[in-house]
Design a protein around this ligand. Sequence first.
Ligand code: ATP
Length: 396
Amino acid sequence: MARVRLDGVYKIYPDGTRAVDDLHLDIADGEFLVLVGPSGCGKTTALRMVAGLEDISRGTVAIGERTVNRVPARDRDVAMVFQSYALYPHLTVRDNIAFGLQLRRMPKAEIAERVAKAAATLGLTDHLDRKPRNLSGGQRQRVAMGRAIVRNPQAFLMDEPLSNLDAKLRVQMRAEISRIQRDLGVTTVYVTHDQVEAMTLGDRVAVMKKGVLQQVAPPQELYERPVNLFVAGFIGSPAMNLLQGRLEGDGDGALLHLGDQALGVPRALLAERPALRGYLGRGIAVGIRPEDMEDADLDGAGTDGAAVLSSTADLVEALGAELLVHFAADAPPVVTEDTRELARDAGADDAAAPGGGAMIAKFSPRSQVAEGRPVRIRVDTGRLYFFDPDSGAGIW
Ligand code: ATP
């Protein structure tokens, strides 16, 4: 097990593409770090440079105490797990797991012992004599994991290992990977474009955009204190609603104007984030998470008028545990390079585009909200997010 460090790492492909741009990451011994970001953000390239499958254009990669820039992949003592399991179809599960050890000419008894232990960890003991074609997708994925585990590597490097599994199996394997990593305590770098996977697996999550690291932090911190519009819009589902607002007030109290409507900004929030005062009398980008809104007419939730927006429910999606209520805000959406990149990503993934003038609120299923009818939305104004309208930087 080892610490993994990337120091000022660049990858510039021969055609000039800057796939990774000055990446610094210090991954602690035993840590589970997730690299996440939209397609093409450079996360796979970064992982492949750690693995030794891609040359490093500039900067250094160190595994443990050793700089590995010039160390070939096979000598880096890391184990990769890929999206395509890359199993040998003609070999049994046992031989697939043992393959790497046999190549290294490890004594047979030790191979058998390691394979048995890995199979037990992965629940594969009863399947060791099968061929991959006779396994389910989840079992194949376990065999691929087994191949990594038996090597006792310094680090696991995983590239979207769950993306070939169906949704239910993915959730199950996600929990399993988490458990195995914790049991073994092996430093892990895990690449995914799925923010839910990133948030549930990572001790820390590194969010990348166009080759550039945006923020690296524990999941809750990413959610609560995103450094910019990109991270704010990327983390959370449905995505944070982003609107152009205007802050008015004297610093003692403030009103957030959203078109013709206004929300009171709690004093405590102004006190917590002194930089907000610099925006009084100016435009500001505002973020409201769907889960920070509720039906104001439910249980007398909306008695405080300074925290209520009015609109019409355009669409109500009943998900059982919650309602997703789509409505239009009075204020225009935020449009920056970050939000365009988010929209591009959402479109590619066929997910709901991150908010803007079109808002999504998460209501209790007990709400009586109906499509085409007026709706009053109570906003948890203590949880508003603010960003500089030009740079998109979070205001904290
Ligand atoms: P995905 O999730 O789609 O795999 P990613 O975040 O892992 O995306 P990379 O595969 O690392 O992204 O690619 C980063 C950028 O580098 C992309 O713009 C991609 O088109 C480009 N790229 C990747 N491989 C090459 C190559 N061999 N030559 C030129 N450009 C490349």
